[in-house]
Design a protein around this ligand. Structure first.
Ligand code: HEC
Length: 118
């Protein structure tokens, strides 16, 4: 009984410690890393698909056969294209409405969109 209680409190302490230590470092780490459990395709389907599958409002279409649309956009460089996804561009909303996406997540989604349009 006592043993079980001690185990439980150790687990709780470990969890609290883990939260505390990631809180300190999460900012710089988040900028360079993908979110935990991140999957580009899943995020694309959730946040970007609505506009980018149909080309709504002039969004570059995603899917096989749309390479030309992306080539034209990539003339300014991948970094600039990713920056537009992060900051928004005309009717393209900032972060593509994925507010829990980090910059690295958004870059991975953009790369996924380009890859799947070849
Ligand atoms: C509400 C509709 C909408 C949603 C949602 C949306 N987009 Fe877009 N997106 C657009 C439109 C419209 C454009 C074209 C903007 C222009 O060139 O004027 C665009 C353009 C882009 C471009 C090209 C930028 C460039 O430099 O040419 C990228 C990359 C992009 N979107 C990524 C994303 C990602 C990633 C998501 C999801 C996280 C997303 N979009 C969600 C409408 C949307």
């Amino acid at each position: 009984m006592l043993n079980k209680m001690m185990k439980t409190s150790l687990v709780v302490m470990a969890a609290v410690f883990a939260t505390m230590s990631t809180a300190d470092e999460s900012q710089p780490i988040q900028l360079a890393q993908l979110s935990e459990g991140f999957d580009a395709q899943t995020k694309y389907m959730a946040s970007c698909f609505a506009c980018h599958s149909t080309g709504a409002a002039g969004a570059p279409k995603v899917g096989a056969g749309n390479a030309a649309a992306w080539d034209a956009r990539l003339e300014k460089g991948l970094d600039a294209v990713v920056a537009n996804a992060i900051n928004g561009l005309n009717t393209m909303p900032a972060k593509g409405l994925c507010f829990d996406c980090t910059d690295a997540d958004l870059r991975a989604i953009v790369e996924y969109m380009i890859e799947s349009s070849k």
